[in-house]
Structure formats: structure tokens, C-alpha cells
Design a protein around this ligand. Sequence first.
Ligand SMILES: [Zn+2]
Length: 300
Amino acid sequence: MGTKATDQLIGHYLDAARFMLFAGEVREMFPQIKSLNQRLYALHRFVHVLSDPDRGSAFIADRWVWSKGEVSDWETTPAHETQASEITKVIKKFNDDNPGYRLKAGSDHRDLKQQIHGWKSNPGVQANAPEYLAKVRVEIRRKAKDGTPRYPDLGDILDPVTGQHVFQIGHGGLDLVALSAAALLFWPAAMLPATIGLIEAERFQAVARFVEFLKKPFKGSVAKLTVAAPGLSAHGTGRAIDFRVHDSSGKKLHGAGGAAGWRSSGFAAKLKSAMSMAPHFHGPLASPDEPWHYFFDPES
Ligand SMILES: [Zn+2]
């Protein structure tokens, strides 16, 4: 199979997987990444989060980026008021404890478009994504012992009656519709045969096999990515706050960056101590290492 045909097949499996695993805005995010290798690598990261027992679909639902409208709505809530008042107390304590220095707080909301741009322009993604595509090309060309392809052509993926993608959750019956309304779902491969609906078992299982492959850990030449999968940035909602330290003249000494400097100067610990004034904040963010980044959770 030539590269062009291989990539076309990968594109079809990628689509089937995103319809099978995701709903709503998450599902529609992937086509916004035009390059196949970067789209595939994003799908791998999402499947990785989804299959991580500590994160899963709840993490994606919680982190999923807010629209500008959702941010403005949030700014009118009592929770936002609590957040603002706790930040004021943190700043007062920090400034009282550390004469000559001033703490500032703020955080730019990164909408989906910015996060997709951040993904595409990240050097780690640019290095790893083509390597990942190369691995998937090898996988998708594999054959069974009898010579038949392990990843057959998916054939007609649109249901002629409803016009829906046949791998879309909710296709096969009422209970599936109810599940898809939960917005995000991960299908354990063992559950698949019961959900088939219009699709033959063989095709459904081939897509499930593809998802199993996406789940496998992958280490590209850039071992640690410094960018979240598009839509999952810690700054996609109104709840993450980055702090900065300025001197009394207003000059910024520490901002969002330089974790080592935050620690060696002692300001990481000083900020942590001031955060005792803010019972609804958690942090700092450990991965990636951001001693300046705290997360507000009104329900904690
Ligand atoms: Zn941050």
C-alpha cells in the first residue's frame, strides 16, 4: 500500500475513533487540526488521558475549554466572587510578609483556537507527531496470518437512512443514546460486540483494535511535551491562576516560567505560604512544574 492510500486509511480510522469515543465539541475539535500527523498525535494524547484511571472522561469534562461566553457567565457567579476575594487575601498576606515585593495574579483565558494554534506550533509536537504517524503507518499495514489486512477498509461510514457516521455513539439503540448524552465515553473493547448496530463486527473490532493501539505509550524524540492536548490546557477555564512577583518599582521578577528561579529565590515557598489564605485553591501545578500556578475549585 502506498503512503497516500495508507494515510487515507489512517484518516478513516481516526474519524471512526473520534466518533466512537467522543461527543460534542471534543469530537469536532479534531478536524480543526489540518495536518494528519498532528491530528493523530492529538487523538493519541486524548486516548491516553481517557484510559488513565486517575483522569479519564471526568478529567476531560472538567478541563474542557470554555468559550468566551462561558467565561463571561462564570464572572457573574458567586464562585467567581469567592475566587476574587481569596486572591485579594493571598496578595495582602504575601505583600505584608515580604516587604519590598508585590504579588500579582492573573491569567489569560486560552480559547480553543489559541490552544489548537499552541499545539500546532509547539516544537515537541512538531518533532513527535511525524514520528507517531510513521509508527501508525506500520501498524495499519499489518496483516493477519492468512494474509488479510488487520485494518480493512471501513467502507460506507455514513448511514444512508440517518446520514450519521456509523461509529457515532447512540447509533445502535436507546441506551446508547442515553450514554452519548453523557458527552464523553470510553468503550472498553470487551463491550463492543453488544453495541454494533449497523456495523459488522469485523469493522467495529478493527476500529477497537486501532483504539487499543492509540492507547499504547509513545515516546517521541521530545520526551516531555510542554503543551496540553488542544482543549485541555489548564488555562482553558476561568479557574487557573498564574501569580507573578514584582519589586516595589513594579518590575516583574518572576512570572509564568522559570520554575527553578521561583524555588531558588524562595518565592515558591513564600507564595505557598500566602496561599494558606485561600482554602479553595489547590496547587501548585506539579506537571508541568509550575510553582506559580494554582487552581480554584469552588466545591472543595
Ligand atoms: Zn499557568
